[in-house]
Write a protein that binds this ligand. Structure first.
Ligand code: PLP
Length: 425
């Protein structure tokens, strides 16, 4: 028996301050950000131009457009792929909300597909049944940094003449059959927010190899204009545009972090491998997978729990919440990514994004309703998962991964005691 559980008053496995926050900041970051600050171009400036070039080169894309968020890049992708009023876009039933609200932003209708239990990604075997004559695109989300199996999706896209948009917001550097995400579909969106593997505070990037998509996305990005603010502008709105541009300070931070991204990703992969080894064969703990041919970036190390196999006689989600509480007390910063599957969220249940029922009640639309019971795998996942991000990232090393493993074993060795732990509100 390991020591007394911290949630019951014992000593935590991980002392306060041992796990360092994300991202590590050094003199390269200070130099880039201060140079930008002391320059005289603070909106879309030279660091934005360079970040676009450097990120495109890093990922191997022909074109890149830097944005003020990943969500902006997703909306640009939906619009630039030619989706419009009443068109349907297929999205996974479990993801971040804006993987699906980006569809609403362009007056289109998300159609959800359940996820696959093992990978937590869209179930590619269930996509075809969701395709209708209104379908224009499929958004695949490489959730938690594990790529979607694009082989099957590409075949469907070809058969039905659909565009593939990759939501790669969490998946920098992940690969499928040796190809980086962002190179697999027609275009892709990355996020650079606080938690992401490349953090510049906020920010994002749309990448594509398709010049037509690139040109359309550039217009939507900046007021419907055709030229960037560093070119000579004619200040004419050629199309409906937004203001999705990045700014120079943020881009400067993004550039300095990009220099270290490969090193960050290698460390995450090494730390995740250590943790996987530490917590292998714990009854009731379902570990994340990295099937052959896939390279995970381990953005989020997500596990699922099964109360019965762990020897806990209580409700499955109560068990998950108690394990979470016990691990947090041991000093492991674990959390629940999303308690709700997307079709359950009020924005979709209310079917009234733009008022007067639009886009669902627009004359161009087919009737689409959302029944959460259609997505049993996503529901089971939402009730049983939790995960972590920065404990497995630099400057944290394998010693932290080993301590995290120790905390898991301590909690799972004593699951019967969790029965008496009151759940925090
Ligand atoms: C899967 C996924 N899609 C989209 C986004 C949106 O990115 P952002 O917060 O930069 O708008 C995020 C991040 O929050 C995400 O995790």
């Amino acid at each position: 028996m390991r020591g007394k559980l911290a949630v019951l008053g014992g000593e935590p496995v991980i002392p306060a301050g041992m796990i360092k926050p994300w991202p590590p900041i050094d003199d390269i970051d200070r130099q880039y950000v201060l140079n930008s600050l002391e320059g005289n171009a603070h909106s879309f400036g030279p660091n934005c131009v360079e970040l676009e070039k450097e990120f495109a080169a890093w990922n191997g894309n022909k074109f890149a457009i830097t944005t003020n968020s990943g969500t902006a890049a997703l909306h640009m992708a939906v619009a630039a792929c030619g989706c419009g009023a009443g068109d349907e876009v297929i999205v996974p039933a479990y993801s971040w909300s804006s993987s699906a609200t980006c569809v609403l932003h362009h007056n289109c209708i998300p159609v959800f597909v359940d996820i696959e239990w093992a990978t937590m990604n869209i179930d590619v075997e269930k996509i075809e049944a969701a395709i209708t004559e209104k379908t224009k695109a499929i958004i695949v989300v490489h959730l938690h940094g594990l790529p979607v199996n694009l082989e099957k999706v590409l075949a469907l896209a070809k058969k039905y003449n659909l565009k593939i948009i990759e939501d790669a917001c969490q998946a920098h550097g992940a690969t499928f059959k040796g190809k980086k995400v962002g190179l697999l579909g027609d275009c892709a969106a990355f996020s650079f927010n606080q938690n992401k593997c490349l953090c510049s505070g906020e920010g994002g990037m749309l990448v594509t190899d398709n010049e037509e998509i690139y040109r359309a996305a550039r217009m939507i990005w900046s007021f419907g204009e055709t030229r960037t603010p560093v070119e000579s502008r004619d200040y004419h709105a050629y199309a409906l545009g937004w203001m999705y541009r990045n700014n120079d300070l943020t881009a400067a931070f993004g550039r300095s972090q990009l220099k270290k991204l490969d090193q960050y990703l290698a460390a995450q992969q090494e730390n995740a491998a250590v943790l996987l080894e530490e917590i292998r064969n714990i009854p009731g703990l379902v570990l994340p997978v990295e099937p052959p041919g896939y390279k995970h970036n381990w953005y989020n190390f997500t596990v699922r729990v099964e109360a019965t196999s762990a020897g806990y006689d209580g409700q499955p989600d109560e068990f998950r919440d108690k394990v979470l509480q016990a691990l947090q007390a041991e000093g492991v910063p674990v959390g629940i990514y999303q308690r709700f599957i997307l079709p359950r969220m009020t924005v979709f249940q209310a079917r009234n994004a733009y008022g007067r029922g639009c886009p669902w009640d627009c004359p161009w639309a087919r009737k689409v309703v959302y029944d959460p019971d259609d997505f049993p795998v996503a529901e089971k996942h939402a009730r049983s998962h939790f995960g972590m991000t920065y404990p497995l990232r630099l400057p944290n090393g394998p010693e932290v991964a080993r301590q995290v493993g120790e905390a898991f074993r301590k909690v799972f060795d004593q699951v019967s005691l969790l029965r008496d732990v009151p759940l925090k509100g």
